[in-house]
Design a protein around this ligand. Structure first.
Ligand code: ADP
Ligand code: MG
Length: 253
């Protein structure tokens, strides 16, 4: 992307499920090398926004522009190939496979349309390349030592970082993380925050959905706040902490 131009621009984005407006004409952008927080109470529309950006769900209206390219008509596989990777709110790791295989397989599945067919077509050469790439990403997030352990044997904190590595194996420029710190202990949150700020320092852009305010406020330079599908506030962490609408939304007032 050109300097100064946002990497991702979401404009008047709308999603209706029948009569429910899950995402109500919201706009925001993410610049290169920036961590933006997307926060709001349960049901606010955060995960749906992720599903729209990644092409998992069709949008009702609006536009999503990534690297100056509109994504509305682009398939989920092609959006992943263009450089947008995500993690999910609930862990997607296969507990009986090694950490390395999880990272390699996850990247492979999301990169290719027709997952089963592509597994059958995978030859030894491709497999070796995938495993090498997975190892590089695990080293990058500090999990090189755990590569050959079963994913299910790792602590929840390490599993979340494995999921980040799996997203990184797609070689993205933008990471969408859906509640990566949920359920983690204090030290695990610190470790995850260190990984994410390290990625940011390498130039990665991150859109972060997270409920832990302490975690969000420390990591992000900009916050977008949603409630009932609507963007109710936007600004720096300091501005958002003093915003009356935001306090109301969180206190249920
Ligand atoms: P959040 O991630 O902020 O907690 P979601 O985006 O998951 O919120 O949900 C926003 C609203 O959209 C909720 O009311 C939810 O029940 C509804 N919703 C989400 N996905 C679907 C779906 N596939 N079909 C119908 N309603 C949905
Ligand atoms: Mg959610």
């Amino acid at each position: 992307p050109q300097a100064g131009r946002p990497l991702l621009q979401v404009q008047q984005l709308r999603k209706e499920f029948g009569g429910l407006v899950a995402v109500n004409d919201i706009s925001f952008s993410v610049a290169a090398g920036q961590i933006v927080g997307l926060i709001g109470p349960n049901g606010a529309g955060k995960s749906t926004t992720f599903n729209l950006i990644t092409g998992v769900l069709p949008l009702t209206r609006g536009s999503i522009i990534y690297c100056d390219k509109p994504l509305q008509a682009v398939s989920a596989e092609d959006i992943a190939r263009l450089g947008i990777a995500r993690t999910f709110q609930h862990t997607q790791l296969l507990p009986q496979m090694s950490v390395l295989e999880n990272v390699a397989l996850g990247a492979h599945l999301r990169r290719s349309a027709g997952a089963i067919r592509s597994i059958l077509r995978l030859d030894r050469h491709d497999e070796a390349a995938l495993l090498r790439e997975a190892a590089v990403q695990l080293e990058r997030v500090g999990l090189g030592d755990c590569m050959f352990e079963l994913a299910g044997n790792l602590s929840l904190g390490k599993q979340r970082i494995v999921e980040v590595a799996r997203a990184l194996a797609l070689d993205p420029a933008l990471l969408l993380l859906d509640e990566p710190a949920a359920g983690l202990r204090y030290m695990e949150k610190q470790e995850l925050a260190a990984v994410l700020s390290g990625l940011r320092d390498e130039g990665m852009s991150i859109l972060l959905v997270e409920h832990d305010m302490d975690f969000v406020m420390k990591l992000t330079s900009h916050l977008v706040v949603m409630d009932f599908g609507t963007k109710i506030a936007e600004g720096t962490p300091a501005q958002i902490q003093q915003n009356d609408k935001v306090l109301q939304a969180y206190l249920g007032g």
